[in-house]
Design a protein around this ligand. Structure first.
Ligand code: ZN
Length: 412
């Protein structure tokens, strides 16, 4: 009897061999952990397969539990990366049939401690369009990742600067200036759009441009960052172009500068720091965001086709990370600015500012003060205020850069 059991097991293995390991036999040199499956904890990938048809592909990943993929794209050569936290691979490698499908090759393996990565080499630009889970009969979950062809432009817009960019910035103080982190300063309004107007006719567009130029000088003198501005003169720049410029320049931080006012609040004073939030923290923040978002209407921009142009899910994933960094920088600003300028009684707030919508760049909007309050309006036009406030803002920016560099260095 005890002889029959091993024999039937062997038969079973032989019968199932092509299904279980057939693909592994065809390709040998694949990235696979050398001791798969037995370490304690974490999810395990047991099977990966790919179906392709025309402009779409489905990658099917069988997991011991539900783990979502974090997608990134790389430009040259074109690749789509799917990262899974706490996932190990115990799956046969995968051979992709030759043809003109979107995906040319699939590799997977441990990327760093506690992180598994699937790399898809792409024949054409493509993005992750959807992730769905289906429960598996024997426990675990089947993740179906839909991949869709995209335009080169959409694909490129998703490519993120490698994290090394930040590390090389000041790891070596003699590094060329082009390796320094890039900060995008965005003086609000400009040209036809004057922004708010002060009691003596001062316009917001001029005050924020002067401040941005002072901040740029201070940052460049500090030698820890490169600075680019969305405008350096009195010109109109649509909101979406401000975001686009920051993304094209691969900025590591975007700071929009304003000095606004709400008509019914002429006694309010002090600076406020805003991060993107679909639901505003309070009613006046919502009104302020509405007001700032009207800049494009003021400038005569057609908003009809102004919408996110690529797969939402990628935006969501990148946005989560950027949001954490935006909050971190906002808190740093709230710490350093009071040294130089008066703050609003609730200095940290959130609202749906369109200019803060870059999904992959930490973005903050700084309202320097209230232009309709005469004390603030006067103050914001003095050299002393400008110099000290720029200095305090630069301090927060430099701290933010230093912390991000530390974090990248300490990654396993
Ligand atoms: Zn404004």
């Amino acid at each position: 009897m005890f002889r029959v059991l091993p024999r039937s097991l062997a038969l079973l293995v032989i019968l199932l061999w092509p299904a279980l390991f057939g693909q592994a036999m065809m390709v040998h040199a694949e990235a696979r952990p050398s001791r798969p499956g037995f370490a304690a904890g974490g999810a395990v990938v047991t099977q990966i397969s790919l179906q392709q048809m025309g402009d779409s592909a489905s990658l099917v990943v069988d997991l011991s539990e539900e783990v979502r993929a974090h997608a990134t794209v790389l430009l040259e050569p074109r690749r789509l990366l799917l990262d899974f936290n706490g996932v190990r691979f115990h799956a046969p490698s995968l051979k992709v049939a030759e043809g003109d499908g979107l995906v040319r090759e699939v590799r997977f393996g441990a990327f760093m401690a506690g992180q598994g990565r699937i790399v898809l080499d792409l024949g054409r630009p493509a993005v992750l369009s959807e992730q769905t889970f289906v429960p598996l009969a024997g426990g675990g979950a089947r993740l179906v990742v839909q991949i869709a062809a995209a335009t080169q432009e959409a694909f490129q817009s998703l490519a993120r600067p490698p994290v090394d960019d930040l590390v090389t910035g000041t790891a070596d103080s003699k590094a060329p200036s082009s390796a320094l982190p890039l900060i995008m300063l965005d003086p609000g309004h400009g040209g036809i759009d004057t922004g708010a107007t002060g009691p003596s006719g001062e316009s917001e567009k001029t005050i924020v441009l002067q401040f941005a130029l002072a901040l740029k000088d201070r940052l460049e003198a500090g030698g820890k960052a490169r600075v680019v501005m969305t405008r350096t003169s009195d010109v109109f720049v649509p909101l979406r172009d401000r975001v686009r410029m920051a993304r094209q320049a691969k900025a590591q931080l975007f700071i929009s500068l304003h000095a606004d006012a709400l008509a019914d609040e002429d006694n309010v004073r002090g600076a406020s720091i805003y991060v993107l939030s679909e639901r505003a923290t309070d009613e006046r923040s919502a009104r302020l965001a509405d007001k700032e978002n009207r800049a494009d209407l003021v400038g005569g921009i057609d908003l009809k086709d102004d919408q996110d142009e690529v797969a939402d899910i990628l935006f969501d994933l990148a946005r989560r990370e950027s949001r954490a960094f935006s909050n971190q920088f906002a808190r740093q600003l709230a710490t350093t600015l009071p040294k130089a300028t008066r703050m609003h009684k609730t200095p940290l707030r959130g609202a749906a500012f369109r200019v803060l919508r870059a999904p992959d760049i930490p973005s903050v909007l700084l309202e320097l003060g209230y232009l309709t309050t005469s004390e603030d309006a006067k103050l914001m036009q003095t050299d002393e205020w400008r110099r000290e406030t720029a200095n305090a803002a630069a301090e927060a920016i430099e701290r933010f850069i230093a912390e991000r560099i530390d974090r990248e260095k300490n990654k396993p």
